[in-house]
Design a protein around this ligand. Structure first.
Ligand code: FEO
Ligand code: CA
Ligand code: CA
Length: 631
């Protein structure tokens, strides 16, 4: 989800416009008085846990003979193309609107399709994805997070609001998940049209609600008096995979689709406000064709979104399950780890300014071949408290700790986390666990409100250990190591892997940490994934204006980091006005699939086809020219 893609306002800015948060004069400090870069590091180092952590910041990346990178860093770019290092090759594999069945029409630049054609084609705004091998078939499961209304709908007005009902329905069908069989023919990956595995999951697909909140009054609606069935999923951002081979899709900015077209002055409850729901949507106007999106008429409907949804990609007739045990918030991704004792741990971020990092721990253990039905239903949800001394603890969200009933904790999860004093974070995006060490990385993308105003729940957002800069436009990556290497332990140690910044503009904390320099700088880390070799890949969704604070940083990009030395190298730069998001590999690790989302969101790209073509989100396949491994 980009920062500035909905008309002239970002999604967060839109939420703030409709639900203004009080200014907090206590925090009314001036950004540029920030401590010097050295001063900041000295301050953090003084907390005293450095010895145990080996330094609060990753050591300077030394380009020593021990480098594990198989490529030379590339410079920034502002070209309308994908740039990769010498020795690598990029193929565009699958684009928004490509038909998944042969009876559907090819994408039409002139019309950008119809609701009917979009329902049988690859969705828009490719995001989290994973590859599954099944019975000799290779299945790619991809989130289609949202749609670019100004591009998909010729009827969109200058504020990118859609009124035409077929265009509204087309936009709706561009959302959800695409399950697509892919095959490699003569070295080129392509979609298998008409595969029996191909499936579009959309805001109109039947889903089950499971876990502690299922059946609760808060989930009951006119259409579903049982509170156990919901219709569809949307704004699916990052993802995860379970040890048993299912796909987890994460409902992020689900709020911006609800409105009250017949009651524009309708006031929603405080509980809904915390999630950014109001009588005004972002311009999709779904309430005009689907009554359930009218929040004045159906105030419980938003309680049925904001979950992690489990999908069996091998069975196109299966019913996706919304797993309320994993909490309700603006889910970025879901990183599942099997702990040493067999319990399943899922790490999750809530991507909003000043919201939190969560952990779920199953009560049961995973055993291959045994039933996995309860593993994402029966467990404990925790939220993270990061102390300034480099340690932290997981706070269980229970009726005892929150004074809320169990179901309510799993519907109003943000309020539960606030009640136990969770640490406000700079927009937690993707979380990824190192396959070679008991450590977990989390992108904190940016937070202009840090130290400026509280979060939507009124929680203090003064600078704190892992979020050390006021008005943070650059972002950072925090890393934690569970006590004793046990992902279910209550305690952990943390440090910052990198503080992004711009050392050509700043000479204080906003220059970034020592492993950031003029050659590898970036802003707004978002996507994050370890490869099988233990390198961590970092994708950005940041400011691409290439001026001011962001001068010299170019288009959004993907970098690789060595978690041991701290070295970070730029591997890829995307076309104009895109974000890079979604990363997975072919089963033989010789192809890396990368998502290029919303090229030309402001009207300045014709990627991938060039000329005067309509810009289209797409998945690219990156290979080595020598056929070697790419992760
Ligand atoms: Fe969909 Fe937080 O990115
Ligand atoms: Ca983002
Ligand atoms: Ca993201």
């Amino acid at each position: 989800m980009t920062q500035e893609n909905n008309g002239t306002l970002s999604f967060d800015d839109f939420d703030e416009k409709i639900n203004p948060r009080p200014e907090d004069n206590d925090f009314d400090r001036i950004v540029e008085t920030a401590i010097s870069r050295r001063g900041l590091l000295g301050g953090v180092l003084a907390f005293g846990s450095v010895t145990a952590l080996g330094g609060i910041l990753a050591p300077t990346g030394a380009k020593a003979s021990t480098s594990r990178f198989a490529f030379e860093q590339i410079p920034t770019s502002t070209a309308d193309t994908v740039v990769v290092p010498e020795g690598y090759k990029v193929d565009v594999m699958m684009r928004w609107g490509d038909p998944m069945w042969s009876d559907a029409p090819e994408f039409d630049d002139a019309t950008r399709g119809t609701a009917a054609s979009q329902a049988r084609a690859f969705g828009d705004n490719t995001d989290g994805m994973d590859v599954f091998s099944h019975d000799g078939h290779t299945l790619l499961v991809v989130n289609n997070e949202y749609t670019n209304r100004n591009i998909i709908a010729l009827s969109a007005d200058e504020d990118r609001r859609i009124q035409d009902k077929d265009d509204i329905a087309k936009g709706m069908m561009a959302h959800g998940i695409s399950v697509v069989e892919i095959t490699n023919e003569d070295g080129t990956w392509k979609m298998v049209q008409d595969s029996p595995y191909n499936r579009r999951i959309t805001p109109m697909t039947d889903m089950d609600l499971t876990g502690p909140a299922a059946g609760h009054d808060l989930l009951k609606t006119d259409a579903d008096p049982s509170g156990t069935k919901s219709l569809g999923t949307w704004n699916n951002c990052g993802n995860g995979v379970t040890p048993w081979g299912t796909y987890l899709t994460c409902e992020e900015n689900f709020n911006g689709y609800f409105s009250a077209p017949e009651n524009p002055d309708h006031e929603v409850s405080a509980e809904l406000k915390r999630y950014g729901i109001s009588s005004e949507d972002w311009g999709y106007n779904w309430a005009l064709i689907e009554d359930r999106f009218d929040v004045a008429k159906h105030p419980n409907e938003p309680n049925r979104a904001g979950y992690v949804v489990e999908i069996d990609p091998t069975d196109p007739t299966s019913t996706p399950k919304k797993r309320t045990a994993l909490g309700r918030f603006k889910h970025e991704n879901a990183e599942a780890v099997v702990n040493n004792d067999g319990r399943v741990v899922v790490y999750m971020g809530d991507d909003e300014r000043g919201e939190f990092v969560y952990r779920y721990v199953s009560n049961g253990v995973y055993a291959p071949g045994a039933s996995t039905d309860d593993l994402l239903e029966d467990g404990v949800l925790y939220v993270a408290v990061f102390d300034d001394d480099g340690t932290g603890k997981w706070m269980a969200l229970t009726p005892e700790t929150t004074s809320m009933d169990q179901a309510e904790i799993h519907v109003h999860t943000r309020q539960a986390a606030s009640a136990v004093g969770a640490t406000t974070m700079d927009r937690p995006e993707w979380i990824s666990a190192n396959p070679n060490a008991a450590e977990v990385f989390c992108c904190l993308t940016n937070n202009k409100n840090r130290g400026v105003k509280p979060n939507a729940g009124g929680d203090d957002t003064a600078v704190n250990g892992p979020n050390p800069r006021e008005a943070n436009n650059y972002g950072q990556i925090v890393r934690w190591r569970p006590e004793g290497g046990d992902h279910t332990a209550d305690g952990f140690a943390w440090d910052l892997y990198v503080l992004a910044g711009n050392p050509t503009v700043h000479d204080d904390a906003y220059a970034g940490s020592d492993n950031v320099n003029a050659d590898n700088m970036f802003n707004s880390p978002d996507g994050l994934a370890f490869d099988s070799n233990g390198l961590v890949w970092i994708q950005t969704d940041g400011n691409y204006k290439n001026e001011g604070d962001f001068a010299g940083q170019g288009n959004n990009q993907m970098l690789a980091g060595d978690p041991v030395t701290g070295e970070i190298r730029r591997f890829m730069v995307g076309p104009n006005e895109c974000e890079i998001t979604g990363l997975t590999w072919s089963p033989d690790r010789r192809t890396m699939f990368v998502g290029i989302q919303h090229p030309g969101e402001r009207g300045n790209s014709h990627w991938p086809a060039g000329g005067t073509s309509v810009p289209r989100s797409a998945i690219i396949a990156v290979t080595r020219e020598d056929g070697g491994l790419v992760g």
